[in-house]
Design a protein around this ligand. Sequence first.
Ligand SMILES: [Zn+2]
Ligand SMILES: [Zn+2]
Length: 190
Amino acid sequence: MGNAATKTNYASSTSMRKKVCIIPIGTIDKEILHYTQKELEDRFNVKIDIGRQLEDPTYAYHKHKKQYHSKKILKRIHKSRLTGYDRILGIADVDLYVLERTFVFGEAEIKKKVAVISLTRLRQEFYDLPEDFTLFRKRIIIEAVHELGHTYGLRHCTNNKCVMFLSNTISDTDHKGADLCSNCRKNHGR
Ligand SMILES: [Zn+2]
Ligand SMILES: [Zn+2]
């Protein structure tokens, strides 16, 4: 609905609706990228492009933690910011951490409108459980909507059925689902 503005070409019109770009951080399955693109386009009602892949995030690796500092990846994404895009979502397949937490499923910088999610902890195999591709894909959308939601100014929500609820565990993610609660929907202006 209401996507007419995105149909105009790249004329230098400043009134053109700004778009979202998904950037693979290292090698990410194309099918996953396209699925995420389509789901996010439907949910945010915005045109989403898939940008050129960034290098493997070895620059963010912490030898002792054996994890990757998500802030450094966000910085790298921000540096690569392509003109014409208002928001960028990176998709990585390495385990992410921030200084205050042992791990994160993703992180966003609300002001810079950049975000990153990690696929690593979304697979059942990470928890020594049998592969479940449907569940894996579902989790990707939940985390992607959550982090992209931050770039739209949405903060954490206390409703544990709301996508903006902060997941501490994968069961939090499975419990909350990919939809905004009515409060967040109001704040989001839709
Ligand atoms: Zn969050
Ligand atoms: Zn909410």
